[in-house]
Design a protein around this ligand. Structure first.
Ligand SMILES: Nc1ncnc2c1ncn2[C@@H]1O[C@H](COP(=O)(O)OP(=O)(O)OP(=O)(O)O)[C@@H](O)[C@H]1O
Length: 258
């Protein structure tokens, strides 16, 4: 049985005067532990599809199945990481990390140990009692990752989580997040506008076309690149030709070139 299955998803946004056909005929499967990226022109439905996978939007047609059963947004199966970290400024880092667990009444000693290990692994030991304003953007995104991972989501949904960061921080964070997710065998779906980031982090890249949003092409990242950490991927000889192939396809899809 497939881990995650999207079966013939269609989605239309209805308003009193208009109907926007946001997604049409989307089907694909994701294996456990796989890292998938969505790329495509603005408005091709990437965020809509991520919200559908999360169970936050019910598609007009089609199904999203996790282990063969419909996704349930109330069961905490999905963890979200967004462009903004959404940490509560009046709570300490530790309080922010434990917020979800407290709500779920699942804050155990084991969870506290796990949080402290993750803080250390992600280079944040010593900040547990600090407030978000005392941390850099990259540090806050790492805290947001821990807060998401600690609730043990089955799938991590990453909506442009690095786009508000400076380039150097972004590259470092890609490596850290990649290593952490691989060590936990976490399944992840990333929305990004950055082809390099998609290549560096993914096993598979889904390129969407717009109007209506649909799958244009699926790229398997070459095995030799999949075995490397994101930072090193960009230095490998197989990277530039693969980048060019995706770039050309994407360029043909941008408005004005269609
Ligand atoms: N709540 C909504 N109501 C009506 N139309 C919407 C709504 N949200 C998105 N849309 C429309 O659906 C289409 C897909 O939007 P979506 O935000 O999913 O695309 P995207 O690929 O994530 O875009 P971007 O790359 O610019 O973030 C667009 O035409 C958008 O205008």
């Amino acid at each position: 049985m497939n881990f995650l299955s999207l079966d013939t998803i269609h989605h239309t946004y209805f308003s009193p005067k208009t109907a926007t056909n946001a997604l049409s005929n989307i089907s694909f499967d994701v294996n456990e532990g796989e890292f998938i990226s969505f790329i495509g022109p603005s408005g091709c439905g990437k965020t809509t599809l991520l919200s559908i996978i999360a169970g936050l939007i019910k598609p007009t047609e089609g199904k999203v199945l996790l282990h063969g059963k419909p996704v349930n947004s109330e069961k905490n199966q999905m963890g979200y990481m967004l462009q903004q970290d959404y940490l509560f400024p009046w709570k300490t880092i530790e309080e922010n990390i434990f917020l979800g667990l407290k709500i779920m009444e699942n804050l155990t000693e084991e969870k506290k140990r796990e949080a402290s290990n993750l803080l250390e692994e992600l280079g944040l030991s010593g900040v547990a009692s600090s407030y978000p304003r005392e941390l850099s953007g990259g540090m806050r995104q790492r805290v947001a990752l821990i807060r998401t991972l600690i609730t043990e989501p089955k799938i991590l949904l990453l909506d442009e989580p690095f786009s508000a960061l400076d380039y150097q921080t972004k590259l470092k964070l890609e490596d850290l997040i990649f290593t952490t997710l691989k060590s936990l065998n976490k399944t992840a779906v990333l929305v990004t506008h950055d082809i390099g980031e998609a290549i560096a982090m993914s096993d598979r890249i889904i390129l969407f076309a717009s109007k209506p949003g649909r799958i244009h092409r699926v790229f398997d990242v070459p095995q030799v690149l999949k075995e490397l950490k994101p930072f090193t991927v960009r230095n490998h000889a197989a990277y530039p030709p693969f980048f060019q192939t995706i770039w050309k396809e994407l360029e043909n899809l941008e408005p004005g070139n269609a």
